[in-house]
Design a binder for this molecule. Structure first.
Ligand code: NAD
Length: 541
């Protein structure tokens, strides 16, 4: 154990590389992409530090070329879920007894490996497997993941140093113990950083973890596991399994040692897992912690005093970057009648220049949606809007699945503020616009608040300070991350802790001390230096 009160390196946000055309950094990243594109990967699960190949091989393809075989991953069975739980529990005591500086070093080293030698590989894996362009891969796989790792170390020490006061003659302490049992991380396809953060932040706090990544993100998950192994993560602390989501949840959530769920994904899946935990509550050794960050239907509302170019730019970036597959993506906009013609004209002008295609060409702003299901879902919304008397597709609308899952950035205008595409999470490059009468500002804010069950992100654009104050108050519970005169995407670790409430999750704010607090169980310690020797208090005479 430590014989010093160590200071951790000050966390600062990783600078984002700009990848300007012709720069050395873009040449290097695209060269790595091209090399990896030709490799045939063979991805094992990692259980107890051992690579597990089951022979049940599943071919991995790329969203931008669904016929291109990138290699295979090995699918596991329920036996492997058991093995992963047992490996985690076997690693628990030693990991728990290791000093926090040792744990911190592993994750700080992982951050430096990503910042340096693994940067191109992790970014390229994200570009190939999840169809992100150079910028989207950089802000996610490299920068956000590095920030999570570095800031979490700082947050951990902040938390550890929160200690109670002590009266004369006693010493009070708080000890931040890991949860008793093992934790379960279930991660989504859309952010490599989230996939890495969910298991690592629990492990940093001393927990042992079973991690089930999305089967659509296994290509970059493998690189994350390689990095953690090189950083010195001991065997069994994080066990990565590729098993069926529902069956795995059935097994893990019924285990008596299950102690915590760290989930990011859709609302429906999270709610089903929470229900299962409730049904199994009598068989756990301890009440499990449940953290889930789920869906969104994120809004942009413009006041008549808003700047036209700023609104249009926020909509184009907020709705279409990463094909609208960010939980924070702008997907419904409320624009006043007096501004709409101008906002629309600027959007049309900007969107004419947007190129759609493979991330291999860095000039493509929009790439492919993740898979066939997503492609069909987007196409369905577009076709129904084209045939609806309530809605009109005013920009974009083309879909092309001949090579990859490409959906053109699309704007649907509707006169029905409760039209399906205004209320439901689509998770694709489709923005719905409702144009309101300028005089209906207060009614519009109410509409924004009441239209969807979600409450993740939202933005207000206005120059009029009273209008900003109105929206700030009226939309208090409509978004966990609220933006004033900026797009609703792009939260930065340490700057805008991220998460939402209502149907969007438990709002435990990824990338903050609040989140880490969920993965510890505090022991209060009181030590008395000179113990009482007689039961009689003075009042007894
Ligand atoms: P998803 O719910 O389909 O999958 C998430 C994870 O759950 C995957 O690992 C998947 O294999 C697993 N899973 C699927 N069905 C399961 C079941 N029945 N039981 C247990 N596990 C199961 O989500 P996705 O498509 O990967 O990600 C997109 C969703 O994630 C969107 O709804 C988006 O809004 C949300 N998201 C939210 C945040 C946030 O911070 N709020 C961040 C990213 C993504």
């Amino acid at each position: 154990m430590s014989k010093a009160i160590s200071q951790v390196p000050l966390a600062i946000n990783e600078p984002v590389r700009s990848y300007e055309p012709g720069s050395e950094e873009v040449k290097s990243l695209i060269a790595t992409y091209k090399e990896m594109w030709k490799e045939k990967v063979n991805i094992p699960m990692v259980i107890g530090g051992k690579e597990v190949k089951t022979g049940d091989e599943v071919v991995i393809t790329s969203p931008q070329d669904h016929q291109h075989n990138l290699g295979v991953y090995h699918k596991g069975t329920m036996q492997h879920v058991d093995d992963a739980i047992n490996a985690a529990l076997a690693a628990k005591e030693k990991w728990n007894n290791l000093g926090w500086e040792q744990r911190a070093s592993i994750f700080l080293k992982a951050a430096d490996l990503i910042a340096g030698p693994y940067r191109d590989r992790l970014n390229a894996a994200t570009m190939i497997g999840q169809s992100k362009n150079v910028h989207q891969a950089e802000i996610d796989a490299a920068c956000e993941f590095i920030d999570f790792l570095r800031f979490n170390v700082e947050f951990m020490t902040d938390l550890y140093s929160e200690q109670p006061i002590s009266d004369n003659g006693i010493w009070n302490r708080s000890e931040y113990r890991p949860l008793e049992g093992f934790c379960f991380a279930v991660t989504p396809f859309n952010f490599t950083a989230i996939s890495g953060n969910l298991p690592t932040c629990m492990a940093l706090m001393g927990n042992v973890v079973v991690w089930k990544p999305s089967d659509k993100q296994i290509y970059s998950a493998k690189v994350i596991m390689d990095i953690l192994t090189e950083a010195g993560l001991p065997d069994g602390v994080i066990n990565m399994i590729f098993t069926d989501g529902k069956e795995t949840a059935d097994k893990v959530l019924a285990h008596p040692d299950f102690a915590g769920l760290h989930f990011t994904g859709s609302t429906k899946v999270f709610q089903s897992m929470w229900k299962q935990i409730g049904e199994n509550i009598h068989q756990y050794k301890t009440y499990p912690r449940i953290v889930g960050e789920t869906g969104g239907k994120d809004f942009v509302v413009a006041h008549p005093s808003a700047n036209v170019e700023a609104v249009a730019t926020a909509l184009v970036r907020g709705a279409f970057e990463y094909q609208g597959q960010k939980c924070s993506a702008a997907s419904r906009a409320y624009i006043p009648q007096s501004l709409w013609a101008d906002v629309k004209a600027v959007m049309e002008k900007q969107m004419k220049t947007i190129k759609v295609g493979s991330p291999e060409d860095p000039s493509n702003f929009v790439n492919a949606v993740i898979d066939e299901n997503s492609f069909k879902k987007c196409k369905g919304y577009i076709e129904r809007a084209e045939n609806s008397s309530d809605a009109e597709v005013i920009i974009g609308g083309k879909c092309d699945d001949s090579k990859g899952w490409f959906v053109e950035p699309t704007v649907i205008e509707t006169k029905n503020p409760k039209y399906e595409s205004v209320c439901e999470e689509i998770f694709g490059p489709i923005l719905s616009v409702y144009v309101y009468e300028d005089a209906q500002w207060d009614e519009t804010l109410k509409l924004v608040d009441e239209t969807s069950p979600y409450s993740l992100t939202g933005a207000i654009f206005a120059q009029d300070r009273y209008a900003i104050a109105d929206a700030y108050k009226a939309l208090e519970n409509a978004a966990g991350n609220f933006y004033i005169n900026d797009k609703p995407t792009g939260a930065v670790v340490g700057q805008q802790p991220f998460g939402g409430a209502r149907a969007s999750g438990t709002n435990d704010k990824a990338g903050s001390k609040m989140n880490l607090l969920r993965w510890v169980s505090v022991r209060s310690i009181k030590e008395t230096f000179v113990s009482a020797k007689d039961y009689k208090y003075p009042y007894l005479g």
